[in-house]
Design a protein around this ligand. Structure first.
Ligand code: FAD
Length: 625
């Protein structure tokens, strides 16, 4: 069945455009094809492909048009006196309905719009195919913000005060960064009335439920001891809240859509896509430009060099920026020497890797309320979305509420959660487990989940991991994926927090409101690798957690900023690469510690703040509420 008419077209005739396919197998319903005419499908003057119109030099070259790069390109090009070039390895994001209809973003996984980085095998992760994780990562304008779950969460004030303390730079404290969060934000609905939210910024943030489901969860959370919190980005993070989403009127608001698109017509901003930067050119301790390879459609790859008069800014994401620094001779000397790369600066690039992991606790329930798995792809939902831009297709990948829990009195006083529960209004399925790279044996053993039509998941998330991983190069080939040693769960403390998280998830499910709708664990048995342990014992959960750790794609920290005298820091607090002139990193990799929540909002804040630093403007005045 075809539901609408398409006007979408890709400039190079590549696929991905205009159509979305929904398969509603569970309900026995048909296959639906949605041809989209999108409100944002304007004829923006994006320059594709790379042409002779490119200049030989720019004041600023930004590598990577993701969350941070989109903000920087927009803010720096506000100054008509500056020539700015933004280089993106992935595709143009316009005319792609899967990047607009919120739930449809899931279809980008393992597509050409996803770098799909493979981590190194870890023999402890027996339930994962080849014992690896696959890190989703947007290879498209907007980067992660074009494919992410759209949860808008800034983090705890303490996160930023801790950064400021460590870097000895007070402009990173909460009061200062709050001004940048607010500059970025264009709050919608009730959020507009809060003093903690920005009203006129480009990044739209919406709140409120899309399905009937979460009301009962909020009630259950309160019964289980959480306070109801109207705004986790407000006075306190802790408690149970409806999720806030980077969306406008039911459509995804990526950083590209918010920042880059309105800037595309500026004569001083050039943007190229399908163009992969292979190296930063560094001469006599100064970054003077970049080398890049362009491959467009079937055309032959071409190598170009472009010069930077002022700075090269790496916004290629935690994996991409780390890889580029290493390829350019900036990194641990012994590692670079082992690959024969001349050492330009011996710095701890790639170390301090941190990520957020979670454990899915799966529940079934009697089908009295809310949505079922069928509802996410059925004709009713599609029509609801088309007519009202709401319903299951508008959810943040089915996350409708979040509960945040601090485990100690000290953390409670700091407003600093140890655990976050994302409440997923959807039961697990083989398709989901496959996307998480569970191995076929595990999927087979858990295949009874496919029979659960009404259910939900509590994603217990470890917020402050103690374990640290690292990223290295496998070779000097710029197109080869790097080695990502996640080192997940190396520290017992991390496992202990997740076990506690599972306990609390059970407590929430035991609350009267959820019991009244028949909430029960989807499985109460030990699957093969953990059979030697009694179900529900700590050893059992430890085994489960270690067997298949699941990331929520929050890799950070590999190019951390720090104080001048700290040999573990790659950048100074103005995000300049130490020992090199004219080179900065501005993206999620700069965080010394991962924030207490999802990382898109803080990455956008970092780029907003960096734009002022780069332009030599004073920081925004602190906000005191
Ligand atoms: C599936 C998924 C779900 C997520 N859910 C959420 C969520 O709900 N809420 C939240 O806050 N965060 C979420 N995140 C995390 C968040 O979106 C990212 O951490 C954030 O986008 C990182 O921004 P960045 O600018 O550091 O990097 P990116 O946004 O990844 O940008 C890097 C850009 O650089 C480009 N690039 C890389 N290498 C090169 C090169 N050599 N040459 C040229 N270009 C290059 C990439 O293609 C990309 O466009 C999620 C992430 C994923 C993948």
């Amino acid at each position: 069945k075809t539901l609408n008419e398409s006007t979408c077209e890709e400039p190079d005739g590549q696929v991905e455009c205009g159509q979305l396919h929904f398969n509603s197998n569970v309900s026995g319903g048909g296959n639906y094809t949605l041809n989209c005419k999108l409100s944002d499908a304007a004829n923006d003057p994006l320059k594709t492909p790379l042409t002779s119109r490119l200049r030989s030099s720019y004041d600023y070259i930004i590598v990577g048009g993701g969350s941070a790069g989109s903000v920087l390109a927009s803010r720096l090009s506000e100054d008509p006196g500056l020539q700015v070039l933004l280089i993106e390895a992935g595709a143009d994001d316009r005319n792609k309905p899967q990047l607009v209809i919120p739930l449809a973003g899931l279809s980008t996984f393992n597509s050409p719009l996803d770098w799909a980085y493979h981590t190194m095998a870890d023999r402890r992760f027996k339930g994962l195919d080849n014992k690896i994780n696959i890190w989703r990562s947007g290879k498209v304008l907007g980067g992660g913000s074009s494919i992410n779950a759209m949860i808008y969460c800034r983090g705890s004030p303490y996160d930023f005060d801790r950064w400021a303390n460590y870097t000895e730079d007070e402009t990173w404290d909460y009061r200062h960064v709050l001004s940048y969060f607010m500059r970025a934000e264009g709050a919608q609905g009730d959020l507009r009335y809060s003093a903690y939210h920005g009203k006129v910024g480009p990044l739209s943030v919406s709140s409120g439920a899309n399905v009937d489901f979460p009301g009962v969860f909020m009630k259950a959370a309160v019964e289980a001891g959480f306070v109801e919190n109207p705004d986790y980005n407000g006075a306190s993070m802790l408690g149970a809240s409806y999720v806030q989403r980077t969306q406008l009127k039911g459509e995804r608001m990526s950083a590209s859509r918010a920042y880059l698109r309105p800037a595309l017509g500026r004569p001083n901003l050039d943007v190229v896509v399908h163009t992969h930067v292979t190296r930063v050119v560094i001469r006599e301790g100064r970054a003077v430009g970049v080398e890049m390879v362009q491959s467009w459609g079937t055309s032959r790859a071409t190598t170009f060099n472009v010069e930077a008069k002022s700075e090269v800014i790496l916004s290629s994401g935690t994996v991409g920026s780390t890889k580029l620094l290493l390829l350019s001779g900036v990194g641990p000397a012994s590692h670079l020497e082992s690959l024969g790369i001349p050492v330009v600066a011996d710095l701890p690039v790639g170390q301090n890797l941190q990520d957020h992991l979670h454990y899915h606790v799966n529940f079934q329930m009697t089908p009295q309320i809310g949505v079922s798995l069928n509802d996410f792809a059925d004709l009713g939902s599609i029509l609801k979305y088309i007519t009202t831009k709401s319903g299951p297709l508008a959810t943040a990948y089915a996350v409708e509420a979040v509960f945040m829990e601090a485990l100690t009195e000290e953390a409670k006083a700091l407003n600093w959660p140890h655990l976050i529960y994302e409440v997923l209004a959807m039961p697990s399925s083989s398709a989901e487990m496959k996307a998480l790279n569970y191995d076929s044996e595990t999927i087979k053993e858990l295949s009874h989940r496919d029979q659960v039509i009404n259910g939900f998941q509590l994603l217990a998330t470890l917020v402050h991991p103690e374990s640290r991983g690292a990223i290295y190069l496998k070779s000097t080939d710029p197109f080869e994926q790097p080695m990502i040693d996640t080192n997940y769960l190396e520290r017992q403390e991390d496992i202990d927090v997740l076990i506690k998280g599972i306990e609390i998830a059970h407590r929430i499910a035991a609350a009267p409101s959820l019991q009244s709708i028949g909430a029960a664990l989807t499985e109460e048995f030990s699957y093969s690798p953990c059979k030697q342990f009694a179900f529900n014992s700590s050893d059992f959960w430890r085994c489960e957690i270690l067997n298949r750790p699941v990331t929520i794609y929050h890799a950070t920290g590999t190019n951390k900023m720090g104080p001048q005298d700290d040999p573990t820091a790659v950048l100074d607090s103005e995000l300049r690469v130490r020992k090199i002139h004219g080179l900065r990193v501005v993206d999620a990799s700069i965080m010394p510690w991962v924030t207490s929540c999802n990382i898109n909002a803080p990455t956008i804040m970092i780029a907003e703040k960096a734009a002022d630093m780069i332009r030599g403007m004073p920081p925004l005045s602190p906000t005191d509420i």
